[in-house]
Ligand binder design. Structure first.
Ligand SMILES: [Zn+2]
Length: 199
C-alpha cells in the first residue's frame, strides 16, 4: 500500500481533489498492493453531531473470468486503480468538536460463468478472500484509532482546541499504523501474513 497523507482543513471537495492528485503518483507496478486511504477534513459548524458512529460501507465492483488470471486482469482493469482493493476512511470534526467518520471498502465481486472449473473457482475465491481479509485489517485499525478519538473528544476536562490538537496526533498514529500494517504484510501479498494488523 502506498500511503498518502491528505490533510486539508477547508472542505471535502478540496480533500478529494488532493486525493485524486496524489493517486496519480502511485506506481502501477504495485498492482497487488492494497490501499487504505485517509482523508481528514475539518468541517464547519454544520458538521454532524457528536457520538455519531462511523458509517461503514462496502462497494463491490463486478469481475468476470473463468480463470484466476482472467479475473485478475479484470480486477486490474476495473478495480480502484492502481489496486484491487481499497479502504478509505474519513474522519471529521466540526468547529465545535463534534466527531464523525466513515469508512468505505472497495472490493471485487466475482460473477462466475457456469463452466468454470472447481480448481479455478477455489483459486479465485481464495484470492478475493485474501484481499478482503487484508482490507478488513485496515478497517479494524481504523476502528481502533477512531475509538481513541472518541475517548478524546468526549473528555470533559479538555478544551476543544486541545482536543483538536491531540486529535491530529491520533490521526498521525492511525496513518502510521496503516503503513506499518502494509509494510509488515507486504500489502497483503503474502498469503501467510496478509491480514494480521498487529503483528
Ligand atoms: Zn493494505
Amino acid at each position: 500500500m502506498v500511503i498518502q497523507d491528505v490533510h486539508n482543513q477547508k472542505n471535502s471537495s478540496d480533500c478529494f481533489g488532493a486525493a485524486i492528485a496524489a493517486m496519480r503518483i502511485l506506481k502501477r507496478t504495485t498492482l497487488y498492493c492494497l490501499l487504505a486511504w485517509w482523508v481528514f477534513c475539518l468541517y464547519g459548524p454544520q458538521a454532524t453531531q457528536a457520538d455519531e458512529p462511523p458509517r461503514e460501507e462496502t462497494v463491490y465492483y463486478p469481475v468476470h473470468g473463468d480463470t484466476l488470471a482472467a479475473v485478475l486482469r479484470e480486477m486490474t482493469e476495473k478495480g480502484p486503480k492502481p489496486y484491487w482493493g481499497f479502504t478509505h476512511w474519513n474522519v471529521r470534526w466540526s468547529g465545535a468538536c463534534a466527531l464523525s467518520a466513515s469508512v468505505t471498502l472497495t472490493l471485487p465481486e466475482w460473477q462466475p460463468s457456469a463452466w468454470v472449473s472447481a480448481h479455478e473457482t477455489t483459486r479465485i475465491e481464495n484470492k478475493i478472500a485474501q484481499l478482503t481479509a487484508h482490507e478488513q485489517g485496515h478497517v479494524r485499525l481504523f476502528q481502533r484509532g477512531y475509538s481513541a478519538l472518541q475517548d478524546l473528544f468526549h473528555a470533559s476536562h479538555l478544551s476543544c482546541p486541545d482536543k483538536k490538537k491531540r486529535g491530529e496526533e491520533i490521526l498521525a498514529k492511525m496513518r502510521l499504523r496503516d503503513k506499518t500494517y502494509d509494510d509488515q504484510t507486504n500489502h497483503g501479498k503474502n498469503p501467510a501474513n496478509c491480514c494480521h494488523e498487529d503483528p
